[in-house]
Design a protein around this ligand. Structure first.
Ligand code: FES
Length: 458
């Protein structure tokens, strides 16, 4: 059963359910960090904003299941980006993340973030080679990271790259802080208000209980966009699942770590109510394709005990991450023709800093200011070869899962998105859809879209 460390004892903000239909200038669907930060930046500029969240609180879904690393070291991504983007474009990705993090934490109370150096490490020859390529990319891009064998890890490594002076956060408290600021600036937030339909031509979203919100601008900040057909994101985004655990420890680490080996591992510590916790996670597979996910948790729990000499983790949770073909998120207008409807998705596993960048890009576009990274994050960017290949693969994958589900899981409930058969996930006790990553709790309620309606479990 999922129990994220970041959801323990969190503050309950006084946010109501939507009870009347509304008009607004900007409607934001989704109360994770992307939606919240966009609302905050717009409200600060005096824009009339309504934010709709389907869950009982903002900041608890995707944001509340992340690692809480706030760093531009997005695993070994820079060598990869240089295969698709120019040096200048890749530098703009790096600087957009650095600047967004700095801007967000510049006025933050000190208890809401900690400075921590970010490390990528390798324990295999293949991982070492990955880091050799990545350090070359750092040099090309003038990223101030360097190779070192000095880490706090209790096992031998072959190589690591350290990027000093990055940050880590309690992601839910961080998001709630900006939610409070946004509401103080006049943004109107609503929880338990799930959007069931988006009609772009009518400039209206439909909310449960027959309510409507009319907008001039719409921001779909739902992680996987609930409207992903218009811009064909449905055929461009794959969704991965990875796993996290937390256990009590006695010491805090100065660094935060990620391995570039396969399976990957992520490591950091956090201080919660004066108790240090050790957070350990990793492994990844296509969402909705594995039934026996309990195995993944058990492997991580055993490694915490055997490699770090710590108690078996009691907090276990998983995260889902949409990926794009070229490793850069899609942030901006959903299509070239719908310039008033924005999406923000495809963050891979680096949603916290990319949420901040997304908030900046989308709010700048709405108030007609230029953002230095808008073109490289643009969902309509031209990466024709890679994107086409990805689309063909994903369409094939979806059709295969649709067919396989109907042949082998006749009794599994049908996903309310596009009808693929879901799969029961015993580790998290959820119904998962392999086609586009929708998740439902054991009662059939939507945990994560693009589905918006509950499962029919009858
Ligand atoms: Fe698309 Fe289930 S998420 S069919």
């Amino acid at each position: 059963m999922q129990n994220s460390l970041w959801l323990v004892g969190i503050e309950k903000l006084p946010i109501n359910k939507l009870t009347t239909s509304l008009n607004c200038d900007v409607c934001i669907v989704g109360g994770g960090l992307t939606g919240i930060y966009t609302a905050y930046l717009l409200a600060k500029k005096g824009v009339n904003v309504v934010l709709l969240e389907g869950n009982s609180s903002v900041g608890i879904a995707t944001t509340g299941h992340s690692t809480g690393k706030l760093t531009p070291q997005h695993d070994a991504v820079y060598a990869k980006l240089l295969q698709s983007f120019t040096v200048g474009e890749t530098q703009r990705y790096y600087h957009a993340n650095v600047n967004a993090i700095e801007s967000a934490i510049s006025n933050l109370p000190i208890e809401l973030y900690q400075k921590a150096d970010s490390y990528m490490y390798a324990t295999t020859e293949q991982g070492k080679k990955t880091l050799e390529d990545e350090i070359e990319a750092y040099k090309t891009l003038s990223i101030p990271g360097f190779e070192t064998l000095e880490t706090e890890l209790p096992f031998e490594i072959l190589s690591s790259i350290k990027l000093p002076n990055t940050a880590q956060i309690h992601p839910t408290n961080f998001a709630l802080h900006f939610a409070k600021l946004a509401m103080k600036e006049g943004a109107n937030f609503y929880v338990n208000s799930r959007v069931t339909k988006v009609v772009i031509d009518e400039k209206t979203v439909y909310v449960e209980d027959d309510l409507q919100v009319s907008f001039n601008h719409l921001v779909l900040a739902t992680h996987y966009p609930i409207e992903a057909v218009k811009g064909l994101q449905i055929a461009k985004l794959s969704v991965d699942r990875s796993y996290l655990t937390a256990t009590k420890t006695s010491e805090l680490l100065k660094g935060q770590y990620i391995s570039v080996d396969s399976p990957s591992r992520t490591i950091r510590t956090a201080l919660i109510n004066n108790q240090p916790y050790f957070i350990y996670g990793g492994s990844s597979h296509i969402a909705g394709t594995i039934e026996d996910t309990q195995n993944y948790y058990e492997t991580l729990q055993n490694e915490v005990v055997s490699k770090f000499d710590l108690p078996k983790p009691e907090y276990l949770w998983s995260a889902q991450d949409p990926n794009t073909a070229d490793s850069l998120p899609y942030v901006g207008p959903i299509t070239e023709n719908e310039s008033n409807v924005y999406i923000a998705t495809g963050y891979r596993k680096w949603g916290l800093s990319n949420s901040l960048v997304a908030g900046e890009i989308i709010s700048s576009a709405i108030i007609k200011e230029k953002h230095e990274a808008a073109d490289i994050y643009n969902p309509s960017r031209n990466q024709f070869g890679k994107t086409m290949l990805r689309m063909l693969n994903l369409i094939g994958f979806t059709v295969a899962n649709l067919t396989e589900g109907y042949l082998t899981r006749m009794d599994a409930p049908k996903c309310t998105h596009l009808g693929c058969r879901t799969r029961w996930n015993d580790g998290d006790e959820t119904w998962d859809c392999p086609c586009h990553g929708s998740r439902f709790d054991k009662f059939g309620n939507v945990i994560e879209g693009p589905a918006v309606y509950p499962l029919d479990l009858k």
